[in-house]
Design a protein around this ligand. Structure first.
Ligand code: HMG
Ligand code: MG
Length: 301
């Protein structure tokens, strides 16, 4: 097998947002701030800080404004998620300059997650994206259920490509394409990401794998082969969408960094400092950290 690999990969740390949003018990805002600071100290340069969603739907993110106010940092790219006009209006009240909008390819999932059909969400988001670009924001579009949906099953890949195309036409800088429930296998990851690379050569492409079936690392390797060099990962492998039953945590940052660095692909992330960041949030979580790197190395801290 011939490996075609980049020399460098960008890790987008989604722990403070995707990682924590599924935690039932509220993680104190001060701890979230320290966690984010620890992740930066570990070398992570792009982070999803929080989301401006309904606090009734996702109480864990109800401190979004305070997190943004305290955690913006000029040396890193700081994303906040927003699903609708109300969320964007809340973004405008902050100094944040990078926004992630999100939509599901699956209509049923989008309805459960955002209370709108995919088409209704797109109709709302397209003028918002134009407006954000005119104001100078970096815009990322997160595409959920790109492979499988917990309600509709296998997703037709033509629908995923079509939705991605609508976002590219709307002017986004980046597509983050997600295996929301961790069901894709490497052949599927390779095929979709090869098609995306071919179809959208001028757009940043990022892969977002949940690790429900422990296939995230394999899918990352397959995506690397397809030319992808940006990955969303979560410290400690935390994460999951509250409206996607069966979604386990994200690919863990430490296992991904370990694999890539051993393959001589630079990530810029210091694994010891990353474990220290995980230790900040770990006592406040409802579940144990079960990444392999953490299990093998945390005792030495
Ligand atoms: P809704 O109930 O239909 O909202 O929820 P509405 O427009 O009818 O408004 C009802 C009330 O909510 C109003 O307040 C609005 O102002 C307020 P009231 O007048 O009753 O006082 N409201 C908001 N408040 C704060 N922020 C907002 C907002 N919007 C309305 N943005 C809504 C619709 C979209 C708000 C709701 O469905 C929601 O918050 N959904 C978010 C779900 C979520 O956060 N999911 C997880 C993130 S996506 C994900 O994890 C996937 C990803 O990781 C990729 C992958 O793995 O697939 C990205
Ligand atoms: Mg996710």
């Amino acid at each position: 097998m011939t490996f075609h690999l980049p020399k460098k990969v960008t890790i987008i740390e989604v722990g403070p947002r995707d990682g924590l949003q599924n935690e039932k018990a509220f993680v104190p805002t001060e701890i979230k701030k320290q966690f984010i600071a620890g992740l930066r100290t570990a070398g992570l340069k792009e982070l999803e800080l929080t989301s401006f969603v309904s606090p009734k739907w996702v109480p864990q993110m109800s401190d979004a404004a305070e997190i943004v106010e305290h955690c913006l940092d000029p040396d890193t790219r700081n994303f906040v998620l927003a699903p609708n006009r109300r969320g964007i209006d809340r973004v405008y009240m902050t100094d944040c300059n990078a926004v992630a909008v999100f939509v599901g390819v699956s209509n049923t999932f989008n309805q459960k997650n955002i209370n709108k059909s995919t088409e209704e969400s797109m109709a709302e988001l397209k003028p918002i994206i134009k407006e954000l670009k005119e104001k100078g924001y970096f815009v990322r579009a997160c595409i959920s259920t790109a492979f499988y949906c917990p309600y509709e099953g296998k997703i037709n890949q033509a629908s995923t490509l079509k939705l991605c195309g609508e976002f590219v036409d709307a002017g986004v800088d980046e597509l983050s394409v997600a295996d929301t429930i961790g069901m894709a296998v490497p052949t599927e990851a390779y095929t979709l990401f090869s098609q995306l690379k071919w179809a959208f050569p001028d757009t940043l492409l990022t892969a977002h794998f949940h690790d429900t079936r422990k296939l995230a690392l394999s899918n990352i390797l397959a995506s690397l082969q397809a030319g992808i060099d940006r990955f969303d990962t979560s410290a400690g492998g935390l994460g999951g969408c509250p409206f996607a039953p069966g979604a386990a945590g994200n690919a863990s940052t430490e296992d991904v960094v370990y694999m890539l660095e051993r393959m001589e692909i630079q990530t810029g992330v210091d694994l010891t400092k990353l474990l220290e960041a995980i230790e900040i949030v770990r006592p406040h979580l409802s579940r144990p950290i079960d990444s392999t790197y953490y299990r093998l190395h945390a005792a030495a801290l």
